[in-house]
Each structure stands twice: as structure tokens, then as C-alpha cells.
Design a protein around this ligand. Structure first.
Ligand SMILES: Nc1nc2c(c(=O)[nH]1)N[C@H]1C(S)=C(S)[C@@H](COP(=O)(O)O)O[C@H]1N2
Ligand SMILES: [Mo]
Length: 445
């Protein structure tokens, strides 16, 4: 790829970004934070990007042009950490970092590009045994044979399985909510599809002997609470027994064929694919089988819950009007070209690529629009490598002229549910935001 193609539209948008931004947006109102265009915005934007806007007539009122959406204050902070490349920092205490869309292009997300979501501290590496087989996991609660099993025994006693499994933070897409919802402002990069190796949680639970009273799991990890208080649990979520017994739910000890990196839960973690990532406990040391819905930190209040019946965005929510977020909603991400790509002079053709996934479901179709959603064209969509893996889509795009374009993608799952135009069902903590994905590209004369 020519380096020219990698250049950001923001470079065009200026020698003086702040002034350009002030011209386009009304900086006096709070709306400017979210970047609503004011009346003269379109013309100004054309001038600012130094390009014509071929489908200007279709741009919906209030739409924030993708090229400008992130330009307001400062560029992203790139995580500097051994073993990580190109992640965008969303917060450092606790550490949270997302994968920019153009780095989600690999069929299998490599460890160095894999998003990081922590609720507490990363354990001190000295607390992880050098021989990981010595790590212990306790299984107790509603089981006939409570056990404390060493990772080494777990590995040898139960069949080892390997699969490409989607793990996605419940808050992925949060930044698309208006008004802003509390929490890390994920775009679409709080998700990854690594190849995990482990044993089936189902096999382990069968060995422990579930009692008829077993209805839910409660997961515990060894990460210290942010406060440092040893009596406080950082996060403890769980899932209904049916999901725990799904053959794809793993107690994993390898990520892409390697020992799991510290930040991703070394030496062992749960991978509950397709569901809000928070139930995939890292640094796993206990599974408590419950006789009722688990009530650990992260299970109550508004945590990992969406509205049962919709409320006015930004209004006060009633905790009783919520449901636990389980399967994640359908989503597509354009991974090539990168947002902000400037095509070589005269180039009008793009071989577009991306990934789409849909929680417990598969993706049935992906459509692409280059005219702000007025017309859509079907992309080619591949079958997943296995259940719960993301699906590759490709499309050949021909731009009709030079100018500034937005390319949008929207996926539809096998139930017929499609990504909405805007993040819907607003909830206080901003879960399940999955609007159409957008990138901006510039075709030059
Ligand atoms: N022990 C523990 N497990 C955890 C978390 C955590 O903070 N502590 N974060 C959860 C959340 S919210 C997500 S989205 C995933 C993220 O996994 P990753 O950091 O490997 O991407 O881990 C989950 N498991
Ligand atoms: Mo998460």
C-alpha cells in the first residue's frame, strides 16, 4: 500500500484544524462536542476538506461527517506497551485500549492488536507461577463435587479444543450514543477474534456434577481492585447455565497458540463467545455455581444492562426497567481502506474489506452504501471459520467522480436484524450501540 493512501483526511482538513473546526461546528453549544453541523456546515465542510461532496444532497440533517467526527480536540493516544501495536488508549486507570478499525483486518486478531479492557489492576506478574500448570481454579457452589483443580490437571483431564471466538466488550460502540453515555468511549474496536485453546467449561461442570439447583455461574479473577483494597472484588459476572454448557464456552489457556499474555488474563481465562466480554473472566481462579442469578459486582444496577422498554435518551432510568446484556448485537466494521484514506490521483476503485459478527447469531448479509444510505449494494460475505467467529466481507466499489465520500456498511443477522442508522435504545451506561459503520475517503482528480 502506497504511503499516500494512508494519509488522513485530517491532513487536508488542515493547516489550522482548530479554526477549520470552529468554522464547521458551532462551538458555543454542547452539541459541538458531538459535532453537529450548523446550517452553513456543508459548504464549509466542502471547503475545509478541499473537495466536492458528490452526494451532498443526501447527507442527513445533523449528521457528523465521518472525516470530522474525531478531529475536534486532539488525535488519539497510541498505547505504548510491550507486545502491543497501534491500540488507541481510552483510559489508563484502569487501562482500556481499542483496536482502530483498520487494524481489525486480520482473519484472526493477533495478540499485539487485541483490545484491552480492564476494570481493575493488572495482576503483578510475580503472582503468576512460572509453571502455569500450578495455577488453581476452584469450582464450588451448586455442585456435587466441589473441586480445586490445577491448570495442569485441567489441561490433561479434559479434551483440548481450539476455535476462533469473538470476544466483544459490552460497551463496544458506546461513543455513538447521543447524549453521551458514561464509560469508555469505544468506537467499534472493543472486539477481536482470536484463536483460543482450552477445555470446554461444560466438561468441567459435568465433572463437578451440577445439582438441579444450579442455574447461573459466578466468575472470579485474581486482578486487584483499583483501590488496592484486597477485600474488594474488581468484577464478578456470570452467565445462565445454558450458556456455560455451550460447547464453545471455554476455559482457555492459549491465545493464538501462545500462553495468554498477562494483560489478557494469564494464565487462564474464560471465553464466553458472542456475549458481553465482561463475563469472560481473566486471571480465572473461581467459578461459583449459583442457585439464582449471580449478583457479583457488574451484575446489578445499570451494569451490563440495557433498557427493557426504551426511554427518552438521557432521561433518568429505572433499574427495574433493565435486562442483562447477553448476546451482543449485529455489527460490521470496514477494515480496509482505513478511515481517512486519500486515493491516488485518478483512482476510483476500492476493494473494500471488513468483518461482521452478531453475538449468538451468524451474519446473513452485509450491504455497502456510498451515498449516505440512499442506495445499498450487497457485499460478499464468507461463512465463519467456526461458530462464533467473525465473518469476512468484501465489496468492489466504484466511485463515480472525485470528491469526499463516506462509505457505510451495515450487517444483518440471520434473524433479519440490521444495524440501525443511529445507536438506539439509549441506556445510562451505553451498551449495545451498533449503528452503521462509516469511513471517509477522498478521491482526487
Ligand atoms: N478478572 C477480570 N476479567 C475481565 C475483566 C476484568 O476487568 N477483570 N474485564 C472484562 C471485560 S469488561 C472484557 S470486555 C474482557 C476484555 O478482555 P481483553 O482485555 O482480553 O480484551 O475481559 C473481561 N474479563
Ligand atoms: Mo467489557
Amino acid at each position: 500500500m502506497a504511503s499516500k493512501r494512508e494519509r488522513s483526511l485530517h491532513e487536508l482538513y488542515t493547516d489550522d484544524p482548530e479554526r477549520a473546526d470552529a468554522l464547521v461546528f458551532d462551538r458555543r453549544t454542547d452539541a459541538s462536542r458531538r459535532g453537529f453541523l450548523k446550517g452553513a456546515g456543508l459548504a464549509t465542510m466542502g471547503a475545509a476538506v478541499g473537495a466536492t461532496l458528490p452526494y451532498a444532497a443526501n447527507i442527513p440533517a445533523g449528521l457528523v461527517p465521518a472525516a470530522l467526527a474525531q478531529s475536534a480536540d486532539k488525535g488519539p493516544t497510541i498505547l505504548k506497551m510491550d507486545g502491543k501495536a497501534g491500540l488507541v488508549v481510552l483510559g489508563d486507570k484502569p487501562l482500556n485500549a481499542e483496536t482502530p478499525a483498520h487494524l481489525m483486518d486480520d482473519d484472526v486478531t493477533p495478540n499485539d492488536k487485541y483490545f484491552i479492557r480492564n476494570n481493575g489492576q493488572v495482576p503483578d506478574p510475580k503472582t503468576i507461577p512460572s509453571d502455569i500448570r500450578a495455577w488453581k481454579i476452584r469450582i464450588d457452589g451448586e455442585v456435587n463435587n466441589p473441586m480445586e483443580i490445577a491448570l495442569g490437571d485441567l489441561m490433561s483431564r479434559f479434551p483440548n479444543v481450539t476455535a476462533r471466538l469473538m470476544l466483544e466488550c459490552g460497551g463496544n460502540g458506546r461513543s455513538f450514543f447521543v447524549p453521551e453515555a458514561r464509560g469508555n468511549q469505544w468506537t467499534n474496536g472493543g472486539a477481536g477474534c482470536a484463536e483460543w485453546t482450552g477445555v470446554r467449561l461444560a466438561d468441567v461442570l459435568k465433572a463437578a456434577g451440577l445439582k438441579p439447583s444450579a442455574v447461573y455461574t459466578g466468575h472470579y479473577g485474581a486482578d486487584p481492585h483499583l483501590s488496592g483494597d484486597p477485600n474488594k472484588v474488581t468484577i464478578s459476572r456470570g452467565v445462565r447455565i445454558a450458556k456455560a454448557m455451550d460447547e464453545h464456552t471455554l476455559i482457555a489457556f492459549k491465545m493464538n497458540g501462545q500462553d495468554i499474555p498477562l494483560v489478557h488474563g494469564a494464565p487462564v481465562r474464560l471465553v464466553v463467545p458472542g456475549w458481553a466480554g465482561s463475563s469472560s473472566a481473566k486471571w480465572l481462579n473461581r467459578i461459583w455455581i449459583r442457585d439464582k442469578e449471580h449478583d457479583g459486582p457488574g451484575m446489578t444496577g445499570f451494569s451490563y444492562r440495557t433498557m427493557k422498554t426504551p426511554i427518552v435518551p438521557g432521561s433518568k432510568a429505572d433499574p427495574k426497567n433493565t435486562v442483562i446484556l447477553e448476546s451482543m448485537p449485529v455489527r460490521s466494521v470496514i477494515t480496509f481502506p482505513a478511515h481517512g484514506t486519500r486515493l491516488a490521483a485518478g483512482a476510483r476503485k476500492i476493494d473494500l474489506r471488513g468483518h461482521a459478527w452478531a453475538g449468538d447469531h451468524a451474519v446473513q448479509s452485509v450491504e455497502i452504501s456510498i451515498d449516505y444510505g440512499v442506495t445499498w449494494k450487497k457485499a460478499e460475505v464468507k461463512a465463519p471459520a467456526n461458530k462464533f467467529a467473525w465473518q469476512r466481507f468484501t465489496a468492489s466499489i466504484d466511485l463515480p467522480s472525485e470528491g469526499y465520500y463516506e462509505i457505510w456498511s451495515r450487517a444483518t443477522d440471520t434473524r433479519g436484524v440490521t444495524q440501525p442508522f443511529q445507536a438506539g435504545n439509549w441506556n445510562p451506561q451505553g451498551y449495545g450501540g451498533n449503528p452503521v459503520s462509516r469511513i471517509a475517503v477522498l478521491a482526487e482528480t
